[in-house]
Design a protein around this ligand. Structure first.
Ligand code: HEC
Ligand code: HEC
Length: 272
């Protein structure tokens, strides 16, 4: 199925290339807009005017679904363009009577909402973000990047590849909104009254595996412990107050570039 759609896309792409007289660099139409910072920012303005009433100002969803999650897994740039231009007949999603160029700009913006952060060229001072991460931010008390740091939070070495900018921003500023899988905060109380604070790695009706804030891994019978799942993450929820806008942006710039493999292009480019 995936192979077929890739082949079809390749066929449409080469057709678009032949038919497009302004095609200087040999890029497809989709490649010229997707990942292009100017197109994304022009698209954002149009999006706010035309789409935000249903999909939310940041694409968080409302009358229409969230545009921040899952889109890339399902749609190529051309498919997204098609949906935005033609709407979804018989649903609440209307067609756009806008010029093709404007629709492409909006497509670029919508794509950017759920694209991996590393493809986004996030603004900010990467070195300052790194210094904050390893220094006064205290992030390495709990998080590791390439073997350096703590265990109680997720390893962030590949964060730019696995998360979008919107997701990283949310984790940083609103960590209680959702927990990363395998990091549900718990407090276990043993029969002798000892409390263990940590994150639940695995649990069944009979057994639970918890990584404690002390760095130890506990494997216990459910019958031997009292278990309390907490509503709030061990991650501090006050970074939006503790850090300035510029510091947050620098951290985002640093975090969004974390990848375990070298990346060929940070600008998007090839979508498949
Ligand atoms: C009147 C409300 C409304 C407006 C305005 C609107 N949408 Fe939608 N949109 C929806 C609804 C409802 C759906 C879900 C349709 C369905 O699949 O049933 C949807 C679906 C979509 C999808 C598919 C989402 C997915 O998960 O597959 C995309 C992409 C999208 N809209 C983008 C846009 C963009 C970009 C604009 C502005 C040009 C826009 N929409 C304007 C209501 C709206
Ligand atoms: C006291 C421990 C602690 C500190 C300090 C901390 N975090 Fe976290 N962080 C966690 C835990 C636990 C989670 C997983 C649960 C959750 O999603 O909130 C997490 C989740 C995250 C995630 C989401 C990871 C993913 O898989 O998507 C990011 C990003 C993140 N933290 C960044 C940071 C940054 C940047 C700092 C420093 C400014 C920081 N954290 C400081 C404990 C911490």
């Amino acid at each position: 199925m995936r192979l077929i759609s890739v082949l079809l896309l390749a066929a449409t792409a080469s057709f678009a290339q032949d038919a497009d007289p302004d095609n200087a660099g040999g890029a497809t139409v989709s490649e010229r807009y997707i990942g292009n910072a100017e197109a994304v920012s022009a698209g954002q303005e149009q999006y706010e005017l035309v789409c935000s009433s249903c999909h939310g100002v940041t694409g968080e969803g409302g009358r229409g679904p969230s545009l921040q999650t899952g889109l890339n897994a399902r749609a190529s740039g051309d498919e997204l363009f098609h949906t935005i231009k033609n709407g979804i007949p018989g649903s609440g999603m209307p067609p756009s009577p806008l010029e093709e160029e404007t629709v492409w700009q909006i497509t670029a913006f919508v794509w950017s909402l759920s694209a991996p952060a590393i493809r986004q060229n996030v603004e900010g001072n990467v070195e300052a973000g790194e210094a904050l991460f390893y220094g006064s931010g205290g992030c390495t008390d709990c998080h590791m990047i390439r073997g350096n740091g703590g265990y109680i939070g997720p390893d962030l070495s590949n964060l730019g590849v696995t998360r979008s900018v919107a997701q990283i921003r949310e984790s940083l500023l609103d960590p209680n909104e959702r927990f990363t899988e395998g990091f549900d905060p718990v407090i276990l109380t043993l029969k002798d009254g000892t409390a263990i604070r940590g994150v639940a790695k695995n649990h069944s009706n009979y057994a639970i595996q918890v990584l404690g804030r002390d760095g130890r891994l506990y494997l216990l019978n459910r019958a031997d412990v009292t278990l309390e799942f907490r509503e709030s993450s061990w991650m501090p929820a006050n970074y939006s107050e503790r850090l300035s806008e510029a510091e947050i942006q620098n951290l985002l710039a640093f975090l969004s570039r974390q990848s375990v493999r070298p990346v060929e292009t940070a600008e998007g480019g090839n979508l498949q």
